[in-house]
Design a protein around this ligand. Structure first.
Ligand code: 9D3
Length: 255
């Protein structure tokens, strides 16, 4: 997958994108991430990329011209890389607090394309003409205020790249495919079995795989009920799951 990122702060991406799973995916040629500094596309003497909002108001707005030129340059490069037979039709994703919420479903949708272009907003936002004409998709990563679209772009890229074939090991890919019941995962433990007087649940050391699976299921249901009850409405639940949730609702001792 070819990922292009348009940003005023390309330096922010160097560390996070080059480490661990993403770094390895790039080294192995499964994904390539090209960074473009929007300021390089400003054509005035001082490379100005922002201006005051028409009609007044606080802060600055990203000017349209550098954004149009940057997206056109990236599209031309992507088309050329594919033999230039047709115009590039890759999604162009603007990261914005006004976007649709990013979810795993959106990540899967984006992972199906062979190229993605991200525009990272800064300041109070981008000129609406650039947003309307250039962006095919506007995405937010949640209802909290960040300083720009760079960290959201990295979050989206991270979530998409790990879904690409070959990026995760076989074990992790298998887990990815089988676990989509819509519940939070319960607690996990590793050695030592006792640490500072805190013990791992005995059932996990019992070797009884059926009992372990039932215990884990209940822990997942308990944690989801406590922390994310909204997920239960669309979770994939058995009659036994529902019976356990009724026990929780009736205020019984959780077990
Ligand atoms: C006071 C009005 N603010 C809108 C909520 C202005 C504003 C805040 C933060 C304008 C831009 C930003 C910078 N944030 C992003 O560009 C951003 C973002 C975010 O702040 N939270 C969650 N997802 C995203 S995606 C891009």
């Amino acid at each position: 997958m070819d990922i292009s990122v348009l940003t005023l702060f390309p330096g922010m991406f160097a560390g996070p994108m080059d480490q661990s799973i993403l770094g390895r995916a790039q080294e192995r040629g499964l994904v390539s991430i090209a960074l473009y500094n929007i300021r390089d596309f400003a054509q005035d003497r001082h490379h100005v990329v922002d201006d005051t909002p028409f009609g007044g108001g606080p802060g600055m707005v990203m000017k349209p011209e550098p954004l149009f030129l940057a997206v056109e340059a990236v599209r031309a490069e992507l088309a050329e890389r594919r033999g230039a037979v047709a115009a590039d039709d890759s999604p162009v994703i603007l990261l914005s607090p006004q976007g649709r919420p990013f979810t795993q479903v959106v990540a899967r949708e984006l992972a199906a394309h062979d190229a993605l272009v991200f525009i990272c907003g800064r300041y109070e936002g981008v000129d609406a003409r650039a947003e309307d004409v250039l962006a095919t998709d506007v995405i937010s990563i949640g209802d909290y205020v960040l300083t720009g679209g760079e960290i959201p772009a990295m979050a989206v890229i991270d979530a998409v790249v790990r879904l690409l074939p070959g990026v995760l090991g076989d074990d992790a890919s298998a887990v990815e495919e089988s676990f989509s019941d819509g519940l939070l995962e319960g607690p996990t433990y590793t050695r030592p079995a006792e640490y500072r007087g805190m013990t791992a649940p005995e059932i996990l050391l019992s070797g009884d795989h059926g009992a372990v699976a039932r215990w884990r299921r209940r822990q997942a249901l308990l944690r989801t009920w406590q922390r994310r009850p909204d997920l239960l409405a669309s979770a994939d639940l058995s009659d036994e799951d529902r019976a356990y949730l009724r026990e929780l609702e009736s205020g019984g001792e959780p077990q």
